[in-house]
Design a protein around this ligand. Structure first.
Ligand code: SF4
Length: 603
């Protein structure tokens, strides 16, 4: 094995020391090590394995799991085009082709001179200002051909990113409607002072009264989660903020982290006070790495203000601090047990439950995992009281909800509404017209047709983590569903066979239909796959994977049927075309050497 050159070896030693040679920080070590040269050469993996006293296969297994880690060399400029359906609707494919052509590089490959590699990645959380891309982890939105030309030139000239036009990297909050949370103008520490005055029991009583439920999609009651962790045996308790906002079409956590980070960190500290935790971890999705310097600065400011660290606000025994961990491009890590595995430096494979994280979470400690928005909302409760919080919303859904609105509408962006708002109201506010369907809750959510637009955003009706993607009458809902199916097949972690194989089969069926080889039998097979994935998958990704197809199949069946040949069964390829080579070799091209066409068969 080739040893590492001495300069990278010294730098790697520094990284290992900074992470205290702690194997549970393996993912963070790999991310930092990759920054040295853009990828993880085999000798580097070997050195890391030896330094952490881990089997090399374990280190390589982790490096191979995350799509933002590279075990083969990539370009010095690594460009990743966001490939959510909304980016596609805005023409990302043509823009990527244009950049590839200008830089003489094939999609998915590295240029011969090692300067650049260009590929796609899943949703980057910029659907309100797409099409978007990441270049060496920095986000650029509002792409058009002019901007692509400029990017090509900057790369060709090997201009360092720091000297690229600042406006390229400007990401706006795009807040279109504010309600209780986004109108909250809180001085840092105000919510903490309020709960310290209440005492632990009083604070938990307010949380119960608020009926706050998790904003990440599952809707579990937050106070129950906190109480379970507080009552679980074990002195070391942990608060985790799930900032792995990977659901396609969701970007509200981006805005909360970029513009309201104090609310999020203060919410984590409020949770720590209730639960008795000393350790906090914020798991930041790799696509939001560009937010890290800002978040580090907010944490540093809060430490100097006595809002983090020992004896917070002078309260003896109230010691709590927050560390940021980066993800590296794995959608499944949004699932809380996969996220915990990832925090422990492993592949992000969902755990078998029970036990649940509230009793056996991060490093086996009682752990609360809450969404970014959930934690920010706790500041409202601390300041205004649980009853005031519960006074808005619906019977089962208290408070407000942030929606990430994108797609075919005049005003994409962030909208905050009390729970219970109808889809029709949101569509009107965002300037949508001639709307055919809305995908609520991302790829794993619901596709709602026009006759359902009076339904309400609420856990008891249309639950959502926040994504609200609008499709007007010009859109082909089959292609929308196909894009989501491709997404799930790509993001399946491969741990369980039903999902690993089922999502690939589903993708194959959709591609077969798209290629004009579909038959009624394929639709029946898709429905059978739906049952299989729902019943046999290990985690929510697998069970939700068929949702976009099943929804659109039920509500927009003509989009599928017009792609079908009218046979019960049709192979996925052109049989007659496949025999062309045999005809050439035998010098036959008479009618008998051809398969009969379907029309002829029916006649
Ligand atoms: Fe992994 Fe899919 Fe199984 Fe979940 S259902 S554990 S994502 S393979």
């Amino acid at each position: 094995m080739t040893p590492l050159p001495s300069a990278p070896a010294d730098a790697l030693d520094g990284i290992l020391q900074r992470h205290r040679h702690d194997a549970t920080r393996l993912l963070q070590i790999l991310i930092d090590a990759q920054d040295l040269d853009g990828w993880l050469p085999p000798p580097m993996l070997t050195r890391i394995a030896a330094a952490l006293d881990l089997p090399r296969a374990r280190v390589e297994g982790v490096a191979g799991f995350y799509s933002f880690l590279h075990t083969a060399s990539v370009g010095r400029y690594r460009v990743l085009f966001s490939d959510n359906i909304t980016d596609r609707m805005l023409g990302n494919a043509g823009l990527m082709d244009a950049l590839c052509a200008k830089l003489w590089v094939e999609p998915g490959k590295r240029s011969e001179d090692g300067l650049v590699s260009i590929a796609t990645t899943s949703c980057t959380g910029l659907c309100d200002q797409g099409p978007a891309l990441l270049v060496n982890g920095r986000a650029i939105g509002q792409l058009d051909h002019r901007r692509i030309n400029a990017i090509a030139e900057l790369i060709r000239q090997q201009t360092p990113l720091e000297r690229w036009p600042a406006e390229f990297f400007r990401v706006t909050h795009n807040i279109r409607r504010r309600d209780a949370l986004l109108n909250l103008d809180m001085a840092p520490g105000a919510a903490l002072s309020a709960v310290l005055a209440l005492g632990r029991e009083g604070w938990l009583t307010e949380m119960e009264a608020s009926r706050l439920r998790g904003r990440g999609g599952a809707g579990f009651t937050t106070s129950v989660k906190w109480l379970s962790a507080r009552n679980a045996p074990g002195a070391e308790k942990v608060i985790v903020c799930n900032a792995d906002e990977g659901e396609p079409g969701t970007f509200k956590d981006r805005v909360l982290l970029a513009g309201f980070a104090d609310l999020v960190f203060e919410g984590m500290t409020l949770a720590a006070w209730a639960v008795g935790a000393r350790q906090g971890l914020l798991y930041l999705r790799g696509e939001y790495r560009w937010l890290r310097p800002h978040l580090d600065a907010v944490l540093a400011r809060r430490r100097s203000a006595g809002l983090l660290g020992p004896a917070i606000l002078g309260e003896r025994g109230f010691d709590f601090d927050i560390d940021i961990h980066l993800g590296a491009g794995a959608y499944v890590c949004g699932e809380e047990t996969a996220l915990i595995e990832s925090l422990e430096g492993k592949r992000g494979t969902p755990r078998i439950r029970p036990p649940f994280p509230v009793t056996h979470g991060y490093l086996g400690r009682p752990t609360v995992v809450n969404n970014v928005e959930t934690l920010a909302k706790t500041c409202l409760i601390a300041l205004q009281g649980g009853a005031a919080f519960a006074a808005t919303g619906t019977a089962q859904s208290a408070g407000t909800k942030l929606l990430s609105v994108s797609g075919d509408c005049a005003a994409p962006g962030i909208y905050e509404y009390p729970f219970g708002v109808t889809l029709a109201r949101v569509l009107e506010d965002c300037g949508a017209s001639d709307t055919q369907a809305v995908q609520v809750g991302g790829a794993a959510g619901l596709c709602l047709a026009g006759y359902e637009f009076q339904r309400r955003i609420a856990y008891e009706d249309v639950p959502t983590a926040g994504a609200f993607m609008v499709f007007d009458a010009t859109r082909d809902l089959f292609e929308v569903a196909r894009a989501f199916v491709h997404f799930f097949a790509h993001e399946s972690c491969g741990f369980c066979t039903p999902c690993r194989v089922g999502t690939a089969l589903l993708k194959g069926f959709m591609d077969k239909l798209a290629d004009g080889h579909g038959a009624q039998a394929d639709l029946a097979d898709i429905e059978w796959l739906d049952r299989l994935l729902k019943n046999a998958s290990h985690c929510g990704l697998g069970s939700a994977a068929p949702n976009p197809v099943i929804d659109t199949l039920q509500k927009f069946r003509p989009a599928y049927e017009r792609r079908l040949l009218s046979l019960d069964f049709e192979p996925a390829f052109d049989l007659d075309g496949a025999l062309a080579e045999a005809r050439r070799l035998t010098a036959r091209n008479d009618p008998g050497a051809h398969l009969a066409t379907h029309e002829e068969t029916r006649e």
